[in-house]
Design a binder for this molecule. Structure first.
Ligand SMILES: Cc1cc2nc3c(=O)[nH]c(=O)nc-3n(C[C@H](O)[C@H](O)[C@H](O)COP(=O)(O)OP(=O)(O)OC[C@H]3O[C@@H](n4cnc5c(N)ncnc54)[C@H](O)[C@@H]3O)c2cc1C
Length: 577
């Protein structure tokens, strides 16, 4: 069978079937019977993501939502009018592929998210927030709140589904949650409340202004607010659940002031909201609002890393297919050494990100099952991945834009949307600096780097002494560097983070790739992953020659892409120190 016609980019490709690396990662992560059950769904989503979802996303991106504040009788309705293409994307994400509620196994959920994000990023914000809100309610909600709202949050029928959102950020800032000024007053005894709203937890009234509210017309919103009389900072924050409508259908004291005109995620509505005495249920312990909210934020941070990895893969796939069919100077682009190097860099970045993401998904799964060691690992892996995968996604999508030449800058191709959407990952849910500081907190308060480094030394490595030595040396170096940074006082501690965080991430990614290599070799699959692991490790941990300077390494791009069964000796071309 000949190669498909890729003159229109990767449109029409099955993004699952044509991604051997994803299939490898999923097959490794899921037990055989679960894999067999999951494959039809992954395959169907791969098909839809390369076709229908991609087309809908292009249309929805060009037709952003608008706010209709009043109906024709002048009644305040605050309706968000979405293009039908976005509504269809919602049906596909929440309904057909049940991304929010279909499975609580992070590995499968993230594999599906990775595929969906290659075509559409915007709607994945509501998906993730709905899923994360359900997670918070399961963990901290009272039985009454759970019974009332979980069936709505997990519904796949669009008529029954209530989506979730979280409104934290205020005009004074998003990173500094301790400055949140939205006030919460308890509903006084005897104060009338609408029938059917009261539950088994106290009701409050919230007042304040929220500055960035994505999925702004969600039916259920988690809000951080300061209860009357509570102290300053994050310790004084409570967590509240605000239904957008009261049981009689009236708006619940939430006014959407306007929508943001955004650089990316243009099809998903982000607005500014005034809470004007909105009735709210208390969630969990009043004095632990911020800590409870962190459950939602951490799940969202990891999901952001997964989505960014998906966008990196799409960007790489677009570049690869373009380079295979386009020519300059009488040669295919893929045959030009410098262009091949660009592609090889993308391949390494994508496979490193995927390996780290699936490792962390497994850790999350074990943490959810009550494994405390896994919870400590998740504590540091989550901000590490959020900081680094989102940042590499900016780089990879930018490179992919250039790899298509001038056409990459033109809106008829997927590239501009990928660049725009990829830039958001490192801003929301904590900017890069904020998650770097969270890595530092995970180290200083929880000592989470120690079990992480122990875990990285305890893995089954492929039988390749130079790679083993390099990884071992990197673990030793990082042990000393972490200790040295923690011993610092003053600004020097934070100033170490822009180099320490990438070093930790690349060590995680390189080790995960090495584990994949060991698995592939043991399964008789040859040395392909060994080459990738060695090149990744040499590039980011080697401290010497960049393996991508070596013509013999860059020459391996196509065999690696075809997933040829390479002999173990293929790794010898990688210059390892
Ligand atoms: C499209 C979009 C959608 C959003 N949706 C939501 C939403 O649904 N709900 C919600 O609550 N928020 C939402 N946000 C807000 C987002 O989470 C914040 O914008 C983000 O957390 C950054 O906060 P900020 O904008 O206040 O920037 P600031 O906190 O003012 O940060 C400005 C700069 O200062 C740096 N900085 C801040 N503090 C430190 C520090 N201690 N050390 C070093 N550097 C620091 C930051 O890294 C950043 O570069 C959204 C934002 C966008 C762009």
């Amino acid at each position: 069978m000949g190669r498909p016609d890729r003159s229109s980019g990767t449109a029409g490709a099955n993004l699952y079937r044509e991604d051997p690396n994803l299939r490898f990662a999923v097959a490794r992560a899921l037990p055989p019977e679960q894999l067999a059950a999951a494959e039809p769904l992954l395959d169907a989503l791969g098909e839809a993501a390369g076709g229908e979802i991609d087309r809908l996303a292009t249309t929805a991106d060009r037709n952003p939502p608008v706010l209709r504040p009043y109906d024709r009788r002048g009644e305040r309705v605050d309706e968000i009018v979405h293009h039908p293409a976005y509504r269809e994307l919602e049906r596909l994400a929440f309904g057909r592929f049940a991304l929010a509620s279909g499975t609580h196994r992070p590995v499968l959920k993230y594999a599906l998210t990775y595929l969906f994000a290659q075509a559409e990023f915007g709607v994945l914000c509501p998906v993730n927030m709905t899923d994360s809100l359900a997670r918070v309610l399961r963990r901290f909600g009272s039985p009454g709140l759970r019974d009332r709202y979980l069936p709505r949050l997990t519904a796949v029928d669009p008529g029954r589904l209530w989506q979730g959102a979280m409104f934290l950020t205020e005009r004074s800032g998003g990173s500094d949650a301790g400055a949140i000024a939205t006030a919460a007053c308890p509903v006084r005894p005897g104060e009338p409340v609408p029938d059917g709203l009261a539950a088994d937890v106290p009701l409050w009234r919230l007042s304040g202004a929220k500055w960035f509210c994505s999925n702004v017309d969600a039916e259920l919103v988690l809000v951080l607010a300061r209860p009357e009389g509570a102290g300053p900072g994050t310790r004084g924050l409570g967590l509240f659940l605000v239904p957008r409508h009261l049981p009689d259908g009236e708006l619940n004291g939430c006014r959407i002031e306007r929508l943001k005109d955004k650089f990316g995620t243009r099809d998903m509505a982000t607005g500014e909201v005034t809470l004007d005495g909105a009735l709210a249920h208390q969630v969990g312990d009043l004095g632990r609002g911020f800590v409870q909210m962190a459950v939602m934020i951490n799940a969202s941070r990891l999901s952001n890393a997964v989505r960014s990895a998906g966008m990196m893969r799409r960007a790489y796939f677009e570049s690869l297919e373009h380079a295979r069919i386009s020519e300059a100077f009488g040669r295919r682009l893929i045959d030009l050494p410098l262009q091949r190097r660009v592609l090889m860099e993308m391949l390494l970045d994508v496979e490193g990100a995927v390996a780290a993401v699936f490792e962390t998904a497994g850790v999350f799964e074990r943490a959810d099952a009550g494994d405390e060691g896994a919870a400590t690992l998740a504590r540091i892996l989550t901000p590490l991945l959020k900081a680094m995968v989102t940042k590499r996604a900016r780089h990879t999508t930018g490179e992919a834009m250039e790899a298509r030449g001038g056409n990459g800058y033109v809106e008829e191709w997927a590239n501009p949307r990928l660049v725009r959407d990829a830039h958001l990952g490192s801003i929301w849910e904590g900017t890069t600096n904020i998650v770097r500081l969270d890595v530092l907190r995970a180290m200083s308060r929880d000592g989470a780097h120690l079990p992480l480094l122990d875990r990285l030394t305890g893995v089954a490595l492929p039988p390749h002494a130079p790679l083993g030595r390099l990884l071992e040396r990197a673990v030793g170096d990082l042990r000393s560097r972490c200790a040295e940074v923690l011993a610092r006082s003053g600004p020097g501690r934070e100033l170490a983070l822009p180099r320490l965080v990438p070093a930790l991430f690349h060590l995680v990614a390189a080790t995960c790739l090495a584990e994949e290599a060991a698995h592939q070799l043991a399964a008789g699959g040859g040395g392909r992953k060994l080459v990738v692991a060695a090149a990744y490790a040499a590039r980011w941990l080697g401290g010497g020659e960049d393996p991508l300077d070596a013509p013999d390494v860059v020459a391996l791009l196509e065999p690696l892409e075809r997933w040829d069964r390479l002999p173990v000796s293929a790794v010898d071309v990688v210059p390892l120190p």
